[in-house]
Unconditional design. Structure first.
Length: 118
């Protein structure tokens, strides 16, 4: 199973970016999907997650600015990021909890850099 993330880049404060992540490979279904981020010198943290049924969870720091969504038919998850701040600068990783061969397995994408300039 591979997760391919895209959509990162350089944006000015107040701007927007949309991250995408698609899962490919052999698996039965996907449970939760999510986005995490890791800034230099900091631990990886949860940004947002979404269940297969569409229930969402957000870090307090991004509530009201970021929106997570998914397309189950395309095995994809998205993160719309608005009103970006310099403190949102980090490498963003997508994550998927996958049902595969009767087991639940956790997979990570390769990460995409988001840089917000002030």
């Amino acid at each position: 199973v591979q997760l391919q993330a895209s959509g990162g880049g350089l944006v000015q404060a107040g701007g927007s970016l949309r991250l995408s992540c698609v899962a490919s490979g052999r698996f039965y279904s996907i449970n939760d999907m999510g986005w995490y981020r890791q800034a230099p010198g900091k631990q990886r943290e949860l940004v947002a997650s979404i269940t297969s049924g569409g229930s969402t969870k957000y870090a307090d720091s991004v509530k009201g600015r970021f929106t997570i969504s998914r397309d189950n038919a395309k095995n994809s998850v998205y993160l719309q990021m608005n009103s970006l701040k310099p403190e949102d600068t980090a490498v963003y990783y997508c994550n998927a909890d996958v049902n595969r061969y009767g087991l639940r397995m956790d997979y990570w994408g390769q990460g995409t850099q988001v840089t917000v300039s002030s």
